[in-house]
Ligand binder design. Structure first.
Ligand code: ADP
Length: 255
């Protein structure tokens, strides 16, 4: 709401004053549009694997199941579709959860083992791509925070660094205390243009939709990173150059 008071002198020489209140609807409209876009994006993203699942079950029931090779091949595709649905639903729920209303407890996290544990779930890709992962932060350092919010932040950043690195590249993970607690994930992968950097934290925004979907991306990871960092009272920033790699820095309050 804006309070306005305008004063002007007309040609007739009289002095006029206009008082009024104007409602700024731009922000409200923007939020409405974001909600609508979100719902339509969610529907679209959910429809794709469901349509695929229905298509394959129908073909199997029509007789394709009699051929054991086809049966196995189709079941594998259907498993991928189901896993994709599971991930989408989990991430949509993570995003819609209003963290402010949930009283998460603080936990003290041993950062090194915590990161090693996350890396373990990507060991197949790390091995296939022959990536080198360097954890620079102090081996004994701990950080006390709400685990339920901190874990998805780190997981998504590490996952992206692995996903968007090319063969034989290096990923550096660093953390420590300066003015704030900082957590840095640096890759030398494909990088992100300045134009895309402006939109990268939006829900469902992907630079290359086909590539992201192929590698199991939902376009929600960075939106979760952004939301959860804010809920923890911190900031996330990006420094990236096309073809050279990206560095994501999360700064969180010292405890
Ligand atoms: P996704 O599930 O597609 O990875 P994110 O929200 O995590 O979704 O990221 C949004 C988009 O930002 C990705 O689709 C990708 O285009 C780009 N992106 C994210 N992290 C990186 C990175 N480390 N290097 C290059 N591009 C990235």
């Amino acid at each position: 709401i804006l309070d306005m008071s305008l004063r002007f002198i007309e040609e007739d020489g009289n002095d006029y004053q206009v008082l009024g209140i104007a409602y700024d609807l731009t922000r409200v409209r923007q939020l409405e549009k974001m909600q609508k876009d979100f719902v339509s994006n969610v529907s679209h993203e959910l429809k794709t694997p469901v349509t695929s699942l229905l298509g394959f079950t129908e073909t199997l029931l029509d007789g394709a199941k009699e051929d054991p090779k086809t049966l196995t091949q189709f079941l594998e595709i259907m498993q991928k579709d189901a896993l994709r649905l599971q991930q989408l639903i989990q991430e949509i729920l993570q995003l819609s959860r209003d963290g402010k209303n949930i009283a998460y407890d603080d936990q003290t996290i041993m950062l090194h083992p915590f990161i090693q544990e996350i890396l373990r779930s990507y060991r197949k890709t790390i091995r296939e791509k022959q990536l080198t992962i360097n954890i620079l932060g102090d081996g004994k350092m701990t950080y006390t925070t709400k685990y339920e919010l901190f874990y998805p932040i780190v997981k998504n950043l590490v996952e992206n660094a692995i996903q968007y690195s090319q063969a034989n590249e290096e990923i550096i993970i660093d953390f420590g205390f300066a003015d704030t607690f900082y957590f840095v994930v640096k890759d030398s992968g494909i990088g992100i243009s300045l134009e895309d950097q402006e939109r990268i934290f939006e829900r469902f925004y992907r630079v290359d939709k086909a590539r992201s979907r192929h590698s199991g991306g939902t376009g929600l990871g960075l939106a979760i990173v952004h939301n959860y960092t804010e809920l923890l009272g911190g900031t996330v920033s990006i420094d990236s150059h096309l073809g050279l790699g990206s560095t994501f820095t999360v700064k969180l309050p010292k405890k």
